[in-house]
Design a protein around this ligand. Sequence first.
Ligand SMILES: [Zn+2]
Length: 59
Amino acid sequence: MTGQPSAEDFGHEPMNIITNGKLRAVVCARCSVWDRGFNHVDWPCTSAIVLGLVARESS
Ligand SMILES: [Zn+2]
């Protein structure tokens, strides 16, 4: 699912990390930052869940 820009997502959207043509991880574009290396936060991040950006799977 490719997220469209929304006024309500505050920049929290999934970002694919691709290495050598293979999907390595899906992280939050907003929460993941470069700080002496790539400090990533797995998607969905806590904020995305709180904001209701992610459909919660029924357990
Ligand atoms: Zn986030």
